[in-house]
Ligand binder design. Structure first.
Ligand code: TSJ
Length: 639
């Protein structure tokens, strides 16, 4: 018996050793992203307790030493002996891999976090971790170091009999993480806020105690996902005041839906199962979409907004400019698809479809003004889509007639293997000229664009198709857009945006990124999009030349070569000031250049989408707030 117990112990150690050997397998990465993941893994446990109905307050502290404390007022992790292992429940949770789902009765079984592996992984990757449980007047404590227990679970004090809950403190291990001092308040806030939106009546507080950046915030939304939709639409103009909302249960499925149209042309749909985001959707999202399409078409026909002779509105037409959240709670979620992220339960589709059809039909009957606004917007969208289809077919027919029909301004490369090729999208004809002279013809293509391209955030599809600069990009890339998008047709492995290193250049780069994000997001997700980094300064001395890409770098170079009259320093105001040779050696030569790869960090569902809405949308105040919050160089500047 005792031998068996010993064997178990060895297994436990091996389990957590594996986590330390391959941390990336358990938390995704050991960068700052992985560091934030540790916090989510712990907080998810408290949120589960809230979903089960036993916890209403969660506090998260970033301590001055960069340790993290998470505390909730739930039932407390069980301190009794777990029969299977002969260990206290708490110890099982922190020392055995995948212990997450083994406890608990009733409520919704949820496995939040990246792989639902939870507390033991955080423990393995922390220099130290302390857990306290408050229960029936006692304070329990157990301490660990790098996953190994330092002592048995003991009672260390007494507390009020009313008090109950769990408190976990930990310090991420610098042997594992590249950086351990880089908690980003706004990243944590985004995720915690989302959790609060999705769990009505849950209060989450975030406290930053790091010297010089102390602050406290509270996330509590009585309206739940209704307030989530309001928040997502804050930088747009909404088409009507109501947030259309539906709530209810069908069998084992609890359904919540909230939606509101804004005056943009993009759909922002987010779906969740047991508070876990399902970016690939699934049956719950299908149910929602079926309900919308069916209900609006029926309403429009019945009220003669759509004539008998006219085509049905498509789902896409109705969802143009729609911001929506579908959130369901289900006992036994089945995930399908390659990445196991798509909900498969058919009862979820039936539940969402029937509940939402019923409540939306009733809402439209009661609110004919809103119904009319949505129907009319949908009809406009239908017309624009038809015009866009004609424009697209025209381009296609033209390409079929005269071969590939690449844009006239494109200087293509000769190598026909996309893997070897890159395309520079260059601001302005003159820089485009230099780039054409400078390039390596075999593998580098140049597409010069004139001036500022269309802001697609404020334009409908038909106008987008009518824009020469955008059409040129679409044909040059080769992939098509939206539903037509096909990555296998991509003609260049790298798409490199090359703009001046000034405010206008940054604006143009942002416009291009907006276009790519809205029409071909896969290009960014799969890492094909880059920003070129032209130098800011040239320093010449005794016929030798140095280039500096930042002010810091310039000072370093000056320190090296000495500060004297022979230094000739030039500040580049644009790509146009460089001759072809300079452009080649500083910005285009694969052996010497610096490229920034554009990546999307979609930790919180709404992050990237909301950023584009805020930066490129038509409301000024949210943009001003965003800039004040995020700009590195304009702190305290009144802009
Ligand atoms: F991650 C973690 F395990 F470290 C952790 C767990 C961290 C934090 C801050 C809180 C929690 C946690 C766990 N809060 N609440 C709970 N609840 C339970 O573990 C629990 C308690 C009672 C019962 C029961 O069936 O009586 C079941 C469970 C899952």
């Amino acid at each position: 018996m005792s031998q068996e117990y010993g064997a178990d112990q060895i297994q436990i150690l091996e389990g957590l050793e594996a986590v330390r050997k391959r941390p990336g397998m358990y938390i995704g990465s050991t960068s700052s992203r992985g560091l934030h993941h540790l916090v989510y893994e712990i907080v998810d446990n408290s949120v589960d307790e809230a979903l089960a109905g036993f916890c209403t307050n969660i506090h998260v502290w970033i301590k001055p030493d960069n340790s993290i404390v998470v505390e909730d007022d739930g039932r407390g992790i069980p301190v009794g002996i777990n029969h299977k292992s002969g260990l206290p429940g708490v110890e099982v949770v922190f020392t055995i891999l995948h212990a997450g789902g083994k406890f608990g009765g009733g409520g919704y079984k949820v496995s939040g976090g990246l792989h639902g592996v939870g507390a033991s992984v955080v423990n393995a990757l922390s220099t130290w971790l302390t857990v306290n449980v408050y229960n029936e007047g006692k304070i329990y404590e157990e301490k660990f170091a790098r996953g190994q227990k330092l002592s048995d679970l003991t009672v260390v004090g007494e507390c009020d009999h009313e008090k109950h809950g769990t408190r976990v403190s930990f310090l991420p291990d610098p042997e594992i993480f590249k950086e351990t001092q880089v908690y980003d308040f706004s990243v944590l806030r985004q995720r915690l806020r989302e959790m609060a939106f999705l769990t009505k009546n849950l209060r989450i507080e975030l406290h930053d105690e790091r010297p010089g950046q102390e602050r406290d915030e509270k996330y509590h939304y009585e309206g739940g996902i209704k307030e989530f939709v309001k928040y997502l639409n804050k930088s747009t103009t909404s088409l009507y005041d109501d947030i259309i909302y539906c709530e209810g249960s069908r069998g084992n499925v609890y359904v919540e839906v909230a939606m509101q149209h804004n005056d943009s042309y993009n759909e922002s749909s987010y779906s969740f199962v047991n508070n876990i985001n399902t970016p690939e959707g699934g049956t719950h999202l299908t149910g929602f979409r079926n309900a919308i399409t069916k209900t609006f078409n029926e309403y429009a026909r019945k009220n003669k907004i759509l004539k008998d002779s006219e085509d049905n509105l498509s789902g896409e037409d109705i969802r143009e400019g729609l911001t929506s959240i579908v959130s369901i709670k289900i006992e036994d979620p089945q995930f399908e698809g390659q990445t196991k992220q798509k909900l498969g339960n058919t009862e979820a589709r039936n539940a969402v479809e029937s509940l939402f059809t019923e409540q939306l039909t009733y809402y439209l009957e009661q609110n004919p003004n809103v119904a009319k606004i949505i129907c009319e917007k949908s009809i406009q969208s239908q017309r624009a889509r038809e015009a866009a289809r004609k424009a697209r077919d025209l381009t296609r027919r033209k390409s079929a007639l005269d071969g590939l029909s690449l844009p006239g301004k494109l200087a293509d490369c000769s190598d026909k293997n996309p893997k070897n090729c890159e395309i520079f999208i260059v601001e302005g004809d003159s820089a485009g000229g230099s780039a054409k002279t400078a390039r390596s013809r075999a593998t580098q293509a140049i597409l010069p664009l004139r001036g500022k391209i269309l802001n697609v955030e404020k334009a409908r599809l038909d106008r987008v198709y009518g824009n020469e600069e955008i059409k040129a990009m679409i044909t040059a890339f080769g992939t098509g857009i939206h539903d037509d998008f096909d990555i296998s047709k991509l003609r260049y492995d790298k798409i490199i945006i090359m703009t001046d290193a000034d405010v206008d250049g940054a604006h143009i780069a942002t416009l291009m990124l907006t276009f790519i994000y809205r029409f071909m997001p896969e290009l960014i997700k799969q890492g094909h999009v880059y920003l070129a980094q032209p130098p800011l300064y040239k320093l010449e001395k005794n016929k030798k030349v140095w280039y500096a890409y930042s002010d810091d770098e310039l000072s370093k170079i000056i320190d090296e070569v000495g500060r004297d009259q022979n230094n000739k320093i030039q500040r580049y105001k644009g790509l146009g000031e460089m001759d072809a040779e300079q452009l080649w050696e500083t910005t285009m030569d694969p052996a010497r250049r610096v490229l920034l790869r554009v990546a999307m960090d979609e930790e919180s569902v709404s992050d990237v989408n909301l950023t584009f809405m805020t930066l490129m949308g038509d409301k000024v105040e949210p943009r001003r707030e965003f800039i004040l919050e995020n700009a590195k160089y304009v702190k305290n500047l009144d802009i």
